[in-house]
Design a protein. Structure first.
Length: 185
């Protein structure tokens, strides 16, 4: 197996474990055993558990945007594209059995104890906010608020609804948030 394949296997294993049992409850030895790699091999690719977490978050973010961008591109009307963002989140939550957001989950586990992780979580959320702002700028909304205010509102509604989704195992709050946003467009 090539180095990139081994690296991917380790990240995929860590992703499954971090998602299923949590970051703090997942030990490096468990990742090594379940990825079926030598300890030396893991440390060749990742100097620490934090480095592995960063790679997991980077991979998740890259894959998520690689999936959502083509999905949204199918909607010609910018307003429909914004509302489709909610549909995508609903689909994703239902397909993967209400996982919530990996960035939020990691932040809840680690908190402010590890600044590097906290900064990565903030960076991930800032990318999502900027993504929403780009969608809003083209929408020609009703101008009840600025583009930045509308983007912040959508961001906060989605973030809150994602937490609710993972708690209640239901996408009802995402659907309600979509309806609220539709009134502003």
């Amino acid at each position: 197996m090539r180095g990139s394949e081994v690296r991917k296997k380790i990240i995929d294993t860590a992703a499954r474990l971090f998602h299923g049992q949590g970051y703090n409850a997942t030990g490096i030895n468990q990742v090594i055993a379940e990825a079926n790699v030598a300890k030396r091999t893991l440390y060749k690719h990742f100097e620490s558990k934090t480095d592995l977490l960063m790679a997991y978050l980077d991979t998740f973010q890259d894959n998520w945007y690689a999936t959502i961008k083509p999905y949204l591109a199918d909607f010609a009307d910018p307003k429909d594209r914004i509302l489709a963002l909610f549909d995508f989140r609903i689909f994703y939550q239902e397909k993967y059995q209400f996982p919530g957001c990996p960035f939020s989950k990691i932040n809840a586990e680690v908190g402010f104890d590890e600044e590097r992780i906290n900064l990565r979580v903030q960076a991930g959320k800032n990318v999502f906010k900027a993504f929403i702002l780009d969608l809003v700028k083209d929408a020609g909304h009703k101008e009840l608020m600025t583009d930045e205010e509308l983007a912040d509102m959508i961001f906060l509604l989605i973030e809150g609804a994602l937490i609710s989704t993972s708690i209640y195992k239901s996408t009802n709050d995402l659907k309600n948030a979509k309806q609220l946003v539709a009134k502003f467009l």
